[in-house]
Design a binder for this molecule. Structure first.
Ligand SMILES: *Cc1c(COP(=O)(O)O)cnc(C)c1O
Length: 425
């Protein structure tokens, strides 16, 4: 498609967009009396209007029924988490039994490492990406030390090549082969939080499993953003937070995938709690733990229903639209944003910034990370007071995520105009 940097052209794309109507289903913050242009759905998604109904329902059931709500609420609390199995399995390409929702992301990754990182003297190394999300780095270091190994020896980061912004797939595959028998676990972010690079989950998973390692994925920036087939790709486990693209609210619960092939392995270590116990006998208070079959057998605690309610509202919204439509709009919207950025850069002098996210559509999703050569932070502040919420990362990067659920093509055009004024100032 030939793009044009005009308001009319952007409005025409909005008119053809079958997801345009969903914009009205979200609450937008406003600045100077106008709805903001929101580029930080990769950090905290907007609140869907239907969420409040789901939360009110729990509040009302609690008021009306108190403890009886566990069994007699409209959506009973004792197995409320099972309502996620169908919608989330569609979103991440899983079987319903492979899905559970519990805790928060880093906590779940730790719990998954209890099962899938059991190092021995010979097989103890972890491969991750260079500059992984800080929480993941702290997690790796503490896990490795917990098992008595030295982080500088046991943690292997795949590096970017000198002068390049993204990690090459061939370098990941080569490193997996090099570490070989010593490799215990590969755990990488499916979409890099800083550059927006999308990794080839299927190929990397296969290659690492050939060495006998387990493979897990941190899908914080991938769930609700890219098409996933976790079951078919034979991923051992994956976890994601729900508050980024999935719009479930600040700090909210984490989704968790555990492949079916592990469900019958009751020898696999896991940290147990009563919510993972055989469902029919959970309240019999038996002394011996017998895990529920499936991902729910990794549950530990009585679930935070007031946190699950907003996530259920948004998970159902995602399932209603489906990833195929979201991905189709995402690609067009991101390509349009990329076009606008290049147009504005050229209209100024062509040297203001560069996009460090891969150009190739297969290797990127919703996010474009823009490296500013000049006054990045001043520009970020300028955008904010002018109604554009973006995200700032040291040393000089502004991340832009035009979430397809609620961002419009006209937003992209409008952003370009504001950006141009900001740079020309
Ligand atoms: C956002 C994010 C997290 C956050 O984890 P919490 O435990 O929910 O705070 C972890 N890992 C990655 C890659 C992230 O992008």
């Amino acid at each position: 498609m030939e793009f044009q940097n005009t308001r009319e052209f952007a409005q025409q794309l909005d008119a053809q967009d079958e997801l345009f109507k969903y914009r009205d289903e979200f609450h937008f913050p406003s600045i100077n009396g106008k709805n903001v242009i929101y580029f930080t759905g990769n950090s905290l998604g907007l609140q869907p209007k239907r969420t409040k109904t789901y939360v009110d329902e729990v509040m009302n059931d609690w008021a009306r029924l108190a403890v009886e709500g566990h069994f007699y609420a409209d959506k009973p609390w004792w197995d409320y988490h099972e309502r996620f199995a169908i919608p989330l399995s569609e979103i991440v390409g899983a079987k319903p039994s492979e899905i559970t929702v519990m805790n928060t992301l880093t906590v779940n990754l730790h719990l998954m490492m209890v099962s899938f990182y059991q190092p021995t003297e010979k097989k103890y190394k972890i491969i991750c990406e260079e500059k992984a999300f800080p929480s993941d780095q702290y997690m790796f270091q503490s896990q490795v030390k917990f098992h008595g190994f030295n982080p500088s020896d046991a943690i292997i980061e795949i590096k970017r090549r000198e002068g390049e912004h993204n990690i090459r797939h061939e370098d990941i595959l080569a490193k997996i082969e090099e570490v070989g028998d010593e490799l215990a676990l590969v755990l990488i972010g499916g979409v890099n939080y800083y550059t927006g690079q999308v990794f080839d989950i299927k190929t990397i998973t296969q290659a690492a499993q050939k060495t006998g390692a387990f493979v897990g994925w941190d899908l914080a920036h991938a769930a609700g953003n890219i098409e996933l087939q976790l079951h078919d790709w034979c991923v051992d486990f994956a976890c994601w937070c729900s508050y980024k693209y999935m719009n479930s609210g600040p700090g909210n619960v984490s989704g968790c995938f555990i492949h079916e092939k592990h469900h019958g392995d009751f020898e696999l270590q896991r940290f147990a709690g009563w919510w993972g116990h055989n469902k029919e006998r959970r309240f019999k208070m038996e002394p011996h733990f017998e895990p529920e079959y499936g991902a729910n057998g990794w549950q530990i605690s009585n679930l935070p229903i007031l946190s699950l309610a907003p996530y259920l509202a948004s998970a159902e919204m995602f399932a209603e639209v489906g990833m195929t439509k979201l991905v189709k709009k995402r690609n067009l919207l991101t390509a349009y944003l990329e076009f606008i950025l290049h147009e504005i850069d050229e209209e100024i002098d062509g040297t203001e910034f560069e996009i460090i996210t891969p150009q190739n559509q297969e290797e990127r999703a919703c996010q474009l990370s823009v490296y500013f050569h000049g006054q990045g932070k001043t520009l970020f502040d300028y955008l904010m007071v002018n109604g554009v919420i973006t995200d700032w990362r040291e040393p000089n990067v502004i991340r832009l995520a035009p979430a397809p659920f609620y961002c419009s093509f006209e937003d992209m055009y409008e952003f370009g105009q504001i950006l141009k004024k900001g740079i020309s100032k």
